[in-house]
Design a protein around this ligand. Structure first.
Ligand code: ATR
Length: 291
């Protein structure tokens, strides 16, 4: 190129998180950090879609050159319906949190469960292989994590829900996969909790949103139990405080948020960023808010 000739402007590939509301999403910060870390030319925005306008907004973003989207509340089911092709984990979850616009159509994935597993195993150092796991809740959040947890070959997963038939429906859905991975899958209503300490207890109920504690036998919590709440906030959740008062180690869902984002980044770019430094930065931001 001769002097004075300007370089062609290569625009970064565009991604965004679509939701309603979306203003407080940490995903733009997380993905900006991942882009810096990996040197990938990525631009990442927030996309607020009206409740009745998800598909139109996704199509407009795609038509304008967008390469992929993270999907958050309340659009994960609509994203699942919109995708032309689904990953096995998205099909099992019945929900999609990651869309990628490929030449042959829209690919839908769900990285939430992978994010949970990676946070538990890598960031928190608790092995799921051979572990006894108690999963509290049987809604969309719980369904999204069952297959990725089964893939780690725990000894047993007990799914417990306030409304027992929903737990039974999940058990039925994943019975085949559990057999394949050599895992005992059981559960039901709150009385299905074994009054002996579990290795890992995951709170996938929406209880923490309104500071409600899901019913669970206190003997399920022991000194070697990791009690994991999928929610997070500047303060410990009620579930975390409850678990700690019973002697367990407690963790919130901030690491899951970062690790699901890292996996989405991998789905889009084929490059896997490091979650831990971004998690540490977010943790410091939350601590500053709490102070
Ligand atoms: P999500 O997509 O966040 O999982 P959802 O599909 O509405 O949301 O599921 C919410 C889950 O939280 C359900 O398991 C629900 O229990 P029910 O099926 O009995 O409704 C659970 N949940 C919500 N509030 C709860 C509370 N106060 N105590 C116990 N479980 C609660």
């Amino acid at each position: 190129m001769s002097a004075g000739e300007s370089k062609p402007v290569v625009r970064a590939d565009r991604y965004a998180v679509v939701g309603n509301p979306v203003a407080h999403s940490k995903s733009p910060y997380i993905h900006a950090q991942f882009a810096l870390q990996t040197g990938e030319r990525v631009e990442y925005d927030r996309l607020l879609a009206p409740l009745d306008g998800f598909v139109e907004h996704v199509q407009a973003f795609h038509a304008a050159g967008g390469r992929g989207l993270n999907v958050t509340v309340p659009f994960k089911l609509e994203a699942h319906a919109l995708a032309h092709k689904l990953s096995p984990r998205a099909a099992a979850a019945g929900a999609v949190n990651t869309l990628r616009f490929d030449a042959d159509g829209i690919f839908g994935d769900n990285t939430d469960g992978f994010g949970l597993v990676r946070d538990i195993e890598v960031n928190l150092g608790a092995a799921l292989e051979g572990a006894r796991v108690l999963l509290l809740g049987a809604g969309g959040a719980a369904r999204g994590v069952v297959l990725p947890m089964l893939e780690r070959r725990p000894r047993e997963i007990t799914i417990v829900n306030r409304t027992a038939p929903k737990a039974h429906a999940l058990i039925e859905q994943f019975e085949g996969a559990a057999g394949e991975f050599g895992c005992l899958l059981n559960g039901g209503g709150p009385h299905a909790v074994d009054p002996n300490p579990y290795d890992v207890i995951v709170n996938a109920t929406a209880g923490s949103l309104d500071a409600a504690l899901p019913e669970c036998d206190e003997h399920a919590f022991g000194a070697r139990t990791l009690a994991y709440d999928m929610m997070y906030g500047a303060q410990h959740t009620v579930f975390m405080r409850h678990a700690e008062a019973l002697g367990a180690r407690a963790a919130d869902g901030l690491g899951m948020l970062v690790e699901q984002a890292a996996e989405s980044f991998f789905v889009w770019r084929g490059v896997r960023p490091e979650g831990a430094p971004v998690l540490a930065a977010l943790r410091a931001q939350l601590a500053a808010q709490a102070a």
